[in-house]
Design a protein around this ligand. Structure first.
Ligand code: MD6
Ligand code: FE
Length: 203
């Protein structure tokens, strides 16, 4: 597979997953969400709801509530363990992440067409040597990224269904977010929306 290095440590694999692979993954995620339903995270302290809904698979899952951000082994509503990470995603990590250990967490973000994600850094993990691998499914989005401090200059790119983005090395702690979902850009999900999967090493 061919990557474009957007900047040092930030690699984009356009259509890393073809339509058939996207459909398989969509079915994997559908099953995971039956066991571990989407929940509504809220911001620490303020309790303001995210517009994105979330779930996880893998030994650990990322959650946010009034108490803070953290990784935990169980679903915050059902209290059940997260389902395992599908083999298709583990294979993608082993092929592309360039890291000798499998991921121990996979965050599932679900965007309805009006949802977005504010600028943030992913810094709740214990080991920044491991990259984060992101997979996009469904509607495209306008993805924005900047430097390691908030408020500097930014760039953006369009992430489409099947694209894989890897944040590693000097890009691992970049600020980034999703400005908006681009409506009617994919027929993969019904109702239309976007799913983003991020594979991580939390511990
Ligand atoms: C999204 N992605 O694409 C949000 N985080 O919906 C992320 O927040 C993200 O794409 C860490 C690494 C890669 C990402
Ligand atoms: Fe992130």
């Amino acid at each position: 597979m061919t990557a474009v290095e957007i900047r040092p440590g930030l690699h984009l694999y356009k259509t890393a997953l073809d339509r058939a692979a996207q459909e398989t993954l969509r079915e994997n995620i559908r099953e995971i969400l039956r066991e571990a339903p989407l929940f509504q995270p809220v911001m620490p302290r303020t309790g303001k709801a995210f517009s994105v809904r979330m779930s996880n698979c893998g030994p650990l899952g990322w959650v946010s509530d009034r108490a803070g951000y953290r990784y935990q082994p169980e679903h915050p509503v059902t209290a059940k363990p997260w389902p395992p990470i599908p083999e298709t995603l583990l294979r993608l990590w082993r092929d592309l992440a360039g890291y000798p250990h499998d991921p121990d967490a996979c965050l599932i973000n679900y965007y309805d067409p009006a949802a977005k994600m504010g600028a943030h850094q992913d810094v709740d993990e214990q080991d920044f040597d491991a990259p984060i691998l992101s997979v996009s499914l469904g509607c495209a989005c306008r993805f924005r990224f900047g430097g390691e401090t908030r408020g500097g200059s930014t760039q953006s790119l369009v992430l489409e269904s099947g694209d894989v983005l890897i944040f590693g090395g000097p890009a691992r702690k970049m600020f980034h977010g999703v400005d908006r979902i681009l409506a009617k850009t994919s027929t993969l999900l019904d109702p239309p929306g976007r799913i983003n999967l991020t594979l991580r090493r939390a511990r």
